[in-house]
Design a protein around this ligand. Structure first.
Ligand SMILES: [Zn+2]
Length: 229
């Protein structure tokens, strides 16, 4: 038996050509007149007002009608082609980055419907000492976890982190002076005593707030990035 893959016995051929053309024209007119709004960002976890402002600036643009055609046929492809991440929550974020937690950020240079990484960085994200990490975000697949900590808890923790940095800075300064300055015995004894006192104060502070000591950061010769990481 011969199997015909290209069977022409189709009912569409029974239609007059002008009706088919008419239907296509009507279909195209409908698409142009009623463009679909492209919604790439689906983050609903943020209630922070600043983040809302950032988003509303990005999503309130009404697409020109021609984008309706693009979105209708190309939506899935468009989403797949845009590299996006979301910002994972940390317990002690600084105020600059707090607003970005749980937010979807585009890694493209230009973003129409969401904030781009360049824009986020210009607003302070990923600054020196930033503890945030970016997690791959796939539209309609990735579920952004609910925030675990309250804003107040995070701000308190961040203040503690800053206090810890201050203790470490004092300790680094005293260690540096002791090793690099021509000092009298009297001065040396005085600096040693200060160092001991600062160290004890820091130990007490760390114990009280259940924070781990970071010996690496107490080294007076570390670079600036390591001081805050
Ligand atoms: Zn950060």
């Amino acid at each position: 038996m011969k199997f015909n893959l290209f069977s022409t016995n189709s009912s569409i051929e029974n239609f007059p050509l002008y009706i088919i053309i008419l239907l296509i024209v009507v279909f195209v007119i409908i698409i142009i007149l009623f463009p679909r709004k492209n919604k790439l960002s689906s983050n609903k976890t943020k209630d922070d007002s600043e983040t809302k402002n950032i988003k509303s600036n990005k999503t309130n643009n009404t697409s020109p009608p021609i984008w309706g055609i693009y979105n209708w046929f190309g939506k899935k492809q468009a989403i797949r082609n845009i590299k996006t991440i979301y910002v994972k929550e940390v317990e002690d974020p600084c105020n600059l980055c707090l607003v970005f937690e749980g937010t979807v950020i585009s890694l493209e240079n230009y973003g129409k419907d969401m904030i781009t990484m360049n824009e986020a960085i210009s607003k302070g994200y990923h600054h020196l000492g930033c503890k945030h990490i970016d997690i791959d975000y796939y539209s309609d697949v990735t579920i952004i976890p609910e925030n675990k900590y309250s804003i107040q808890h995070k701000q308190t923790k961040y203040q503690l982190r800053l206090k810890h940095y201050k203790f470490e800075q004092k300790i680094r300064d005293l260690k540096y002076k002791l090793e690099n300055t021509n000092l009298s015995q009297k001065k040396i004894q005085s600096f040693k005593k200060q160092l001991e006192t600062e160290f004890k104060k820091m130990q007490y502070f760390l114990h009280l707030n259940n924070i781990q000591q970071n010996k690496k950061r107490e080294n007076p010769y570390i670079d600036d990035v390591s001081k805050f990481s």
